[in-house]
Ligand binder design. Sequence first.
Ligand code: ADP
Ligand code: MG
Length: 697
Amino acid sequence: MSGIFDTRIEYLKGVGPQKAELLNKELNIFTYGDMLQHYPFRYEDRTKFFKIRELTDELENVQVIARIKSVELIGNGNKKRLVAHVFDDTGEMEMTWFKGIQWVQKKLPVGAALIFFGKPAQYGRKWSIAHPELEPVTAANETRNNFQPVYSTTEKLRAKYLDSKGISKILEALLPQVFPHIPETLSPEILHQYQLIGKQEAIRQIHFPSAPELLHRARKRLKFEEFFYLQLRLLMMKVTRTEKSRGQVLSSTELLTDFYKNHIPFELTNAQKRVIREAFGDMKSGKQMNRLIQGDVGSGKTMVAFICMLIAISSGAQACLMAPTEILANQHFEGLKYFADMMGLKIALLTGSTKKSERKVIHEELLSGELKILIGTHALLEDVVQFKNLGLAIVDEQHRFGVAQRAKLWAKNEEFIPHVLVMTATPIPRTLAMTLYGDLDVSVIDELPAGRKPIQTVHRYDKDRLKVFGFINEEVKKGRQVYIVYPLIEESETMDLKNLMDGYESIARAFPQYPLSIVHGGMKSDAKDYEMQRFIKGETKIMVATTVIEVGVNVPNASVMIIENAERFGLSQLHQLRGRVGRGAEQSYCVLMSKVELSKDSKVRLETMVRTNDGFEIADVDLRLRGPGDLMGTQQSGITDLLIADLSKDAPILTLARDAAQQLLSNDPNLSQPDNVPILRQVRLQKKTAVNWSRIS
Ligand code: ADP
Ligand code: MG
């Protein structure tokens, strides 16, 4: 918004410099436009009045009409409080004030009936409301039919009378002045097709709803608009990228055919085949591939990666794969070397601990083109690592790498930006993927290899530990291996480490006959690797560890995952951990151990884990519990610019908005039609004001 909307808020009547400064500091409100976009975060239903007997714990603020029986002052000094005993025809309750007592006292004549408004709480058996708002009972008050907006505000603002009501008053003064100048930001066609109300009306209703139905439509319209512009920006970025970046044509299938015919150890799943086709389509297109492969843990992403490498190498290019940790890089190397050797392709591993002499050889062979596949950690990104012709760069477990690091990969080929495949095992709900990766193409491996038995998950309390030990014993006797994972977070590191060591000792006592491994973040990396390798080789039967084993580690013989203090883990972490088992042909189990008292969220998390193995379903629950702001990568995505739309709740509107943006761009790619002028104007405006809308992949 521009023009009048850029007017500084201090010039509004009733605001002035002092309040303006507070609004700047506390709420980031500088201008009329900012103020107008300070939408209420909820509404209070002031249409309903509660009887005292109807009060429950779940209720937020309520209105009660009650008559004053008596008023008394209790305690003294700091602890002084004013209590009004009130009643209606269903019961009695108390209204309490700790501050402003003298002022309130005058407003509480015994015998009078008042409307009290606030959040009810129960002390003993009696309901009370602390610091309720007061209003006289008048015909108008009793029959009003509006929702009252509630604005976010702060202590400091409240002290200057800028509580929710104060902010509402400012808007009351502001709206009439700016109303006729509020520009429509969507085209008539879109308004019509999606049955949206106009911007002016939406802004009016959002602040001063005149009926629930209109409020609903106002919210829908504003949410749609936010999603629409977010999607439009992403789609336009994608168009620019595909137009600009030429890609090396990688189209030979020679090696691929050989591999399929003579070496491949199993039939690919249909999902794997489809994703390979999608990637191949990009690689031979002459445009640069930027594709995200989402596949739940165990879905076989590594094989897809290898096959894409074969395509690149067949066509005379080289390929690299970057993993987030040394352990993982190692494991990828071991796994891929087996196939590369089979195919007579030279492959090498480059990590922080690669010896200098080996490095030198690697550098040379990369430059000469002799080395076809390089696996490694971010050591790959160093400037000295130069390829003859890097055609395909694969990044595993993408969420651990920053944007800047990935950009470095692109610079590894001067003529063409390498094709990029990003593989992630963190399932992202579709809505979020659309937004986070709106400018990437997304492939999903939504099928596990045949013959996998779904992991059985149970929740057990700490007191059942002996039984769990019995179960571990039986499984190890059958020849299986077991993970026991402890949480370790920085804030409580010492305690957590002690828990881990205690746990290790009690396991050692319980199972003197079994060799154990222990791995935690405090160990040197070669010691960790050594222990990890012993477990991978099957020399140790039980692995006691912190979450260092979270990502990607593949030990098919490990079939039991015990997670201690499971209530302390996030859902996606639990799912990742569980994904370490269920990789072989045996039935696998996951046991979530927890204390008995659990928070509401912890309960939902554990129940979800027990109920389903589906990473996408889990991701959806996770998104609902945590909100998108917490998820990785959202900071750069523009999601945090959303004022009213909510990715976890408004998926249907997002889908509509995405369709609308797509349709618009396919009909009018340059936004040059007269009807689309408002949209073009808005896009330009956002470009100007965008703080840092750099590419997100
Ligand atoms: P992730 O997607 O978690 O990285 P991996 O690539 O590590 O999964 O694959 C998990 C296991 O499944 C590996 O042991 C791999 O060899 C095996 N695998 C992959 N694809 C298939 C398939 N189509 N059929 C049978 N086993 C497969
Ligand atoms: Mg993997």
